[in-house]
Design a protein around this ligand. Structure first.
Ligand code: ADP
Length: 275
């Protein structure tokens, strides 16, 4: 069996370029902070609950900085090989195939590891040499070390709400990133976002946000996490399709966020009072 082992010089990263400006409403000075981190080659950790705008922010920043965005959804079966690359059998040949992280390094892309704590710790150590002054990725299987160009940036997201001893970020990883804290946008901005994303009228958007805020107060009463901006948008989209408003809110809010029937009933009461 022939062995063809060349590093792919031409990287098809155009598909990762974001050509149209993504809709993103800045909540604070996160855009300026991200640009400052990018200029200084500092890796960034976006901390915050699910569905509060971290992915949208990354898309916006990649567009603004004109870099391809390679997103990797982390999970516990993700291996270092999945990130770095592997040999693949192609017909008679064995060919090297770059993993998404290597591809991002070589093309000077922004690599975004979503929900980084989901990945095993032995997988995550492959990002360590990319997060300090070395900015390299060793490809052991090829016996080469690739140095990241200045344009390359690594960012990760992390939901502190899901903290557990098994799934927590090691300090040795944690302390390699500057951290930008994300949360649900303030009511006025969230209303604007919900209206923009769903095309519901302003009053409906305002009510959805009010419901969201009231549900978030339940967090201290047994709810694992508040209702996300994403779910408010889902509710708005269902309403726009003609689903009755209270029904839409149940389907998009009280049902998805908890299986506890008492909590669901309490949330439905909030929905009934506001919608
Ligand atoms: P996360 O990555 O934090 O889980 P997303 O970025 O997917 O969440 O956010 C969910 C949705 O909420 C987005 O698709 C977008 O429609 C909306 N959204 C949240 N925050 C903002 C924001 N600041 N500007 C514009 N849209 C936002």
């Amino acid at each position: 069996m022939a062995m063809k082992c060349a590093l792919s010089e031409e990287l098809p990263v155009d598909e990762y370029l974001i050509t149209e400006e993504p809709y993103y409403v800045p909540v604070g000075n996160e855009v300026e902070i991200f640009i400052a981190a990018y200029r200084n080659k500092l890796p960034v950790n976006l901390k915050g609950p699910t569905g509060c705008g971290k992915t949208r922010f990354m898309e916006y920043m990649a567009w603004k900085l004109q870099r391809p965005l390679i997103t990797i959804a982390c999970h516990e079966d993700l291996t270092a090989t999945d990130l770095v690359g592997r040999f693949l059998i192609k017909g008679e040949n064995v060919e090297w195939s770059d993993g998404p992280l290597t591809k991002a390094v070589k093309s000077g892309a922004i690599c975004y590891l979503d929900e980084v704590v989901e990945a095993r710790k032995d997988t995550i150590v492959v990002i360590h040499p990319l997060t300090d002054d070395r900015r390299i990725i060793p490809i052991d299987k090829l016996g080469v070390i690739v140095k990241a160009p200045d344009e390359f940036m690594l960012s990760v997201s992390y939901n502190p709400g899901y903290q557990s001893i098994v799934k927590d970020m090691k300090q040795s990883t944690r302390q390699r990133f500057v951290a930008i804290e994300f949360d649900y946008p303030p009511a006025e901005l969230e209303k604007q976002i919900v209206a923009h994303e769903t095309h519901v009228d302003e009053q409906t958007a305002a009510r959805l946000v009010e419901i969201g805020q009231s549900i978030r107060n339940f967090k201290h009463h047994g709810l694992e996490e508040g209702v996300s901006t994403r779910l408010l948008i889902y509710a708005g989209k269902l309403i726009k399709e003609g689903i009755e408003a209270k029904e839409a809110c149940k389907i998009a809010m009280s049902q998805p966020i908890t299986d506890n029937q008492d909590l669901q009933r309490s949330i439905d009461e909030i929905i009934a009072a506001i919608m």
